[in-house]
Design a binder for this molecule. Structure first.
Ligand code: AMP
Length: 413
């Protein structure tokens, strides 16, 4: 994944509010752009909250959970580790330790790898020299804890890497014993490709209100999501949205637009009609985006008008509705967008607004998800303003535009 780039090139990680020493380490490692899991995970972790990251190996997940700790690392000459990382296998322990060494902001930020199969004495000698991070398999870590050769009183950052695999291998009792010996005041991170109930139970018991960031490949459609489309003229979309919202009364919804400018326009219009509206797209500063996401997660925002920047990885349990105000050009985006609702078995509804010209786009989505999307109607709502002036072939469709707002939407035709 490492790419060549001149050293003086701006480092994409600087948008994530990492310290200059960590940015220098990233430049040395030739990491110039955060991967999606890093971009989503790091800002949240830097705020001190517990985070669950659903991501597989090869996505940059190791740096995602290491960098927030390395950013807060202080050279305090303490013998005991400030961070503890639990991983299922020796290979993974070594890999994580190597990554930590590569990204360390200083040579005083030492990592010790602790795993079965290596002489106990070697690890003991390394631990005695003092370390900032301990990375290990649960069994051997527990050995050191029981013998009093590893002390966790300085610990403030704990990571359960590949938690699903650790539980599969049968490490649950060891993990729980270790976690019970960790200080209560700490940040806990959990990385897992999947979140089956045993992993969720572990998270519930040992994490504080964790945020879930999901970057695993989505299933093609989520069974719990009811999907509908409504045919509508572009200039009637806002009216349709308002009528639909009155009928559906969403707890929280994301209204997806295809372009940043369209999202801004819709936000400005919707703000006059509804309270608790916000817009979210890639032109906003990262800090602004973080603030909006926090307010959305806290339930302060009900209507989030957004581009595809929030289509992946956002897991807000209150999202009851997804509106594809603009049908996505790419069928895969449709799957990611609607996957923001119906999380963890909850009920979700997705509506797609389809203009008369977009029939083919809808068919492409249907064949991609391998199912038909049902048509929905809003009682008494006139979805078309356009009149067919000459019914004879070839048919000419003449738009009749009224208000300034309608004219603006007509530009999308
Ligand atoms: P992981 O998913 O953590 O196993 O990482 C996969 C590989 O990607 C490792 O070799 C990392 O060193 C590398 N890597 C992680 N993040 C970045 C990045 N932002 N830029 C370039 N390479 C990266």
């Amino acid at each position: 994944m490492t790419t060549a780039m001149p050293v003086e090139a701006p480092n994409g990680f600087s948008a994530l509010s990492l310290s200059p020493t960590v940015l220098a380490a990233l430049n040395r490692a030739r990491y110039y752009e955060p991967t999606p899991i890093q971009a989503a995970f790091i800002p949240e972790a830097l705020q001190g909250r517990d985070v669950i990251g659903q991501a597989q190996t090869g996505t940059g997940k190791t740096a995602a959970f290491l960098l927030p700790f390395l950013d807060s690392w202080r050279d305090n000459n303490e013998p005991g580790p400030q961070a503890l990382i639990l991983a299922p296998t020796r290979e993974l322990v070594v890999q994580v330790a190597e990554e930590a060494a590569k990204l360390a902001p200083s040579k005083h930020c030492r990592t010790v790898a602790i795993y079965g199969g290596q002489r106990f004495g070697t690890q003991l000698a390394a631990l005695k020299m003092g370390c900032s991070l301990a990375v290990g398999t649960p069994g051997r870590l527990l050995d050191h804890l029981s013998r009093g050769t590893l002390h966790l009183d300085r610990l403030r950052y704990v990571v359960l890497d590949e938690a699903d695999r650790m539980l599969d291998i049968g490490f649950r009792p060891d993990i729980e014993k270790i976690l019970r010996r960790c200080p209560q005041r700490r940040q806990t991170m959990l990385l897992s490709a999947t979140l089956p109930p045993p992993v969720l139970r572990l998270a519930q018991r040992y994490m504080r209100e964790p945020l879930n960031i999901n970057l695993s490949p989505e299933r093609l459609t989520v069974d719990t999501i009811r999907q509908y489309f409504i045919t509508v003229d572009p200039e009637k979309k806002l009216d349709l949205l308002l009528r639909l919202m009155d009928r559906e009364k969403p707890k929280q919804c994301i209204i997806f637009c295809e372009r940043k400018r369209w999202a801004d326009e819709l936000y400005r219009d919707l703000r006059h009609e509804r309270h608790r509206v916000a817009a979210m797209h890639g032109d906003l500063q990262q800090s602004e985006r973080n603030k909006i996401m926090k307010r959305f997660r806290d339930g302060e925002i009900v209507y989030l008008v957004a581009t595809d920047v929030v289509a992946r990885g956002i897991d807000v349990t209150g999202i009851s509705h997804i509106i594809n105000y603009d049908l996505p050009e790419d069928p895969e985006s449709y799957v990611h967008r609607i996957g923001r609702t119906g999380r963890m078995g909850a009920d979700g509804v997705a509506f797609a607004f389809v203009t008369p010209e977009q029939g083919k786009q809808l068919t492409a989505i249907e064949s991609f998800i391998n199912m038909q999307v049902k048509e929905a109607r809003i009682e008494g709502f006139e979805a078309f303003t356009r009149k067919i002036v000459q019914p004879e072939a070839p048919k000419t469709i003449v738009p009749i535009f009224g208000s300034r707002r309608q004219r603006r939407y007509s530009r999308r035709l």
